[in-house]
Ligand binder design. Structure first.
Ligand SMILES: Cc1cc2nc3c(=O)[nH]c(=O)nc-3n(C[C@H](O)[C@H](O)[C@H](O)COP(=O)(O)OP(=O)(O)OC[C@H]3O[C@@H](n4cnc5c(N)ncnc54)[C@H](O)[C@@H]3O)c2cc1C
Length: 766
């Protein structure tokens, strides 16, 4: 028996070492099988897959991330000019914004706000200076959107769209010089309001299936006959800024049935710039997205004739539209929606945290109750995680990266985290969050949560299809090369290429298997990582989980092949693992970028423990779904021989993080840095800020009264009712009495809820 096994091993080794034998006996059968099962991929799918590049996501896919690549990334910084813009025009714009007036009364931005936005070139942040724009870094762009979002989502969306997915982005990347010279200065100055029209009634998530057409033909244009151009017919909906747009970036499918351009009839998705006053264009009425005030609506065109040079980049870019959109969406997705989400999260953390300090029930601030502490801790820790991911991703973008998978991770994770934080904030606010009115600072944010989640393909799709689907091809060190080899029509070349990549891939798998087992036995300690006494364990767990992820991803691809595309429960879980590993990496880097401050340790610890635990649980959940039961159980045991290494955030952190939001301190200021903060007692968030400060100023004096009440020196009851007695008994002095009185006044104002005449509400309904 032993001899037989040895003989077999010798034979296999021989096969592996002698390339022609290996190819014939081992590679060819695998090659033939995989070639048959290779999923068919449409042109649009291929272009979506190839958009952008890979970065830290690819490192996580190797199972052996090279930490120097992340640690060498310079921290995102603002130039003096960008800082001045934030403390100048952005601050002024925020002061001008009254969200209740915008969302309830006008359902639009006031004319002076529109003018201010145009005058200060808010829509031209990404446009270079030589075209009259602001030419801001991606980080500055993110800071601007984040700050505005902490004041008014309507204004943030209005500014966001032209900078992230409007025609400017497409023109900069693909436009002809003539188009750039014409449009970019006008877009920067707000003389043109752009909208980007992709989605239609029949094509939402599957935008590539749009029925909108353009047919190449001769027509009459501006009085000139026999002009070569395109006759367009389309119907679009949900188009942001559509109702006020002067120019549409329109996506349609282009056909050339009469072969006026060449041999190809079905040219493919194309994007053109269409002035909205072109004959045949109809700009419909407005949609009403969840009580917000931003402009959004349908539009359509009937037999609209345009010349060929309205295609972005001219006739030679005909059919390149999907690639253009995917490339441009990929970077935009990493900036605007994450900035909006972090702006909302920071705003709610600061204000609902303060509210939990101001509002007392059962004679104690809400924040003193353990149940509320848990919620506050979750809010603070999640906001830290989100902001870390935003900072690090912007830094990578500013260094020239265009990571498509990471942009999907950011969009999915940050909009979902925003949803959880606003929900938590709503719970803390109780009735004051629910009753809408000019004093309610959170109700409108709650209403608008799904907008960020739904745009650019709702999160279900982002999670289950985009992150792992794209990641497994783009970030995996071998899959894309194997697919290329398999689809090569030259059989013998294809086999040679496939043979080289396949065996490297198998070596990679075996190395990860060994590493994964060793890391498991050594409780992650064998992983060589950077870090200090506070961070090294997190780096080690992260490296270990990255190995586990790489192995499991390989195993899923091997066992399911092309079917994995439809197994969204598996790809969704793997997307979660990759997402949390990315978020945790960013957290460590962000903490170090901020100087590894001891005060921020609880934030770092909570965020790392939470994300590592979630990554681990998602990985374990994947094993339950994998088809080859015995091998998958073996793989799981091999990766986790001593049980689960990561636990949920420690309980001791809950009190520390809650305190961080309930008191005035530098960590709280750092956590909420960059949002709009005001101390106007008549403003919905300003009055919370005022009350919070006043309550702290009076805390010591108020404590003296509480103690005296407990000792029976002062009568029981509201603090305000015993101030005079306390003065008479010299428990407090006049200065302290004034502090308490002021704090009580501000508190009363801060907890007020609006009410309306029945008639006022009827006007809203009308
Ligand atoms: C306020 C707002 C602003 C917008 N602005 C613009 C704009 O400016 N320009 C523009 O072109 N478009 C815009 N959109 C459109 C937006 O991008 C689409 O709404 C989005 O892509 C989803 O399309 P849909 O609403 O038709 O949903 P559907 O495609 O009908 O999807 C419904 C649900 O099914 C899920 N789903 C679909 N397919 C799958 C799948 N294979 N696996 C798992 N889940 C799946 C989706 O994730 C979603 O949760 C906007 C939308 C809104 C609401």
């Amino acid at each position: 028996m032993t001899e037989f096994i040895l003989l077999l091993m010798f034979f296999v080794l021989l096969c592996l070492l002698i390339a022609p034998v290996r190819r014939k006996l081992l590679t060819r059968p695998i090659f033939n099988r995989m070639r048959k099962s290779l999923p068919t991929m449409s042109q649009t799918e291929r272009e979506a897959l190839e958009a952008g590049n890979t970065w830290w996501d690819a490192e996580l896919f190797t199972g052996k991330p090279d930490w120097s690549k992340l640690n060498d990334l310079p921290a995102a910084r603002l130039s003096k000019r960008e800082q001045n813009f934030l403390i100048g025009p952005v601050e002024t714009l925020c002061t001008m914004l009254d969200d209740w007036d915008i969302t309830h009364k006008r359902r639009d931005l006031p004319a002076e706000v529109w003018d201010f936005i145009k005058q200060h070139k808010f829509c031209g942040m990404i446009i270079p200076k030589n075209y009259g724009g602001l030419q801001f870094s991606d980080y500055a762009h993110s800071q601007v959107v984040m700050k505005i979002a902490s004041r008014s989502t309507t204004a943030a969306v209005t500014v966001m769209v032209p900078n992230s997915l409007g025609p400017a982005k497409l023109l900069l990347a693909y436009g002809s010089e003539q188009q750039k010279n014409h449009y970019l200065p006008r877009l920067a100055d707000g003389l043109e309001i752009p909208a980007f029209a992709l989605t239609g009634p029949q094509a939402g998530s599957d935008a590539g299936a749009m029925p909108d057409t353009g047919v190449i033909c001769y027509g009459t244009f501006q009085g000139k006959e026999q002009v070569l151009g395109i006759r367009l017919n389309w119907e679009k909906r949900y188009i942001t800024l559509g109702p006020v747009a002067t120019v549409l970036g329109l996506a349609f499918k282009l056909y050339d049935p009469d072969h006026l351009l060449g041999e190809t009839e079905d040219i493919g998705i194309t994007v053109a710039l269409i002035p909205t006053d072109t004959p045949g264009v109809s700009i419909g009425k407005r949609h009403f997205p969840l009580d917000s005030g931003f402009q959004n609506g349908p539009n359509w065109g009937k037999d609209v004739f345009i010349p060929m040079d309205w295609i972005i980049g001219g006739a030679e870019q005909a059919g390149q539209g999907w690639k253009m959109l995917m490339q441009c969406l990929a970077t935009g997705r990493a900036i605007s929606l994450p900035a909006l989400s972090v702006g909302a999260a920071k705003f709610v953390c600061r204000n609902s945290g303060a509210y939990a300090r101001i509002r007392t029930q059962f004679n104690l601030p809400l924040g003193a109750f353990e149940g509320i502490e848990e919620v506050l801790a979750r809010m603070a820790g999640t906001t830290y995680l989100m902001d870390a991911a935003r900072h690090i991703t912007c830094a990578a973008l500013d260094e020239g990266q265009k990571p498509a998978v990471i942009s999907a991770i950011l969009k999915y994770q940050l909009t979902e985290s925003m949803r959880r934080i606003i929900n938590d904030g709503m719970d803390i606010q109780g009735g004051s969050g629910i009753c809408l009115g000019p004093s309610n600072f959170i109700g409108r944010l709650y209403q608008i949560i799904p907008v960020g989640i739904t745009v650019e393909g709702a999160n279900i799709l982002t999670r289950t299809m985009m992150i792992f689907g794209q990641g497994s091809v783009r970030c995996h060190p071998y899959i894309q090369r194997e697919m290329q080899a398999l689809s090569n029509n030259d059989q013998s070349r294809a086999l040679l290429e496939f043979d080289t990549v396949l065996w490297r891939h198998i070596g990679f798998f075996l190395k990860n298997l060994t590493r994964g087992f060793c890391f498991g036995l050594g409780a992650s300690r064998l992983a060589k990582t950077p870090g200090n006494k506070h961070t090294r364990r997190y780096y080690q767990h992260l490296t270990r989980l990255s190995t586990g992820f790489a192995l499991t991803a390989d195993f899923a691809l091997l066992s399911l092949g092309g079917q994995l595309k439809r197994k969204e429960r598996i790809s969704g879980r793997l997307a979660d693992v990759l997402s949390y590993l990315y978020l945790c990496s960013c957290t460590l880097k962000h903490y170090e970028n901020q100087g590894s401050l001891t005060d921020d340790l609880p934030l770092l610890q909570w965020a790392c423990q939470y994300s590592l635990y979630r990554a681990q649980q998602s990985l374990l959940a994947t094993f339950r779904l994998l088809p080859l039961r015995l091998p998958s159980i073996l793989l799981r045991s091999l990766l986790f021989p001593l049980g689960k290494p990561c636990k949920p955030p420690q309980d001791r952190l809950v009190g520390q993080l809650a305190k961080l939001l309930l008191q005035e301190n530098e960590s709280r200021n750092r956590l909420t840095a960059g949002i709009y903060i005001n101390e106007n007692p008549n403003d919905p968030s300003g009055r919370i800020e005022c009350a919070f400060k006043a309550v702290h100023a009076a805390a010591e004096a108020s404590q003296k009264l509480s103690v005296a009440q407990k000792q029976g020196i002062l009568a029981k009851g509201p603090i305000i009712s015993v101030i005079n007695d306390a003065l008479e008994l010299n428990i407090i002095n006049q200065f302290e009495a004034d502090l308490i009185t002021q704090a009580e006044q501000y508190k009363t104002e801060a907890i007020k809820v609006d009410d309306f005449d029945a008639a006022e509400l009827r006007i809203t309904d009308a």
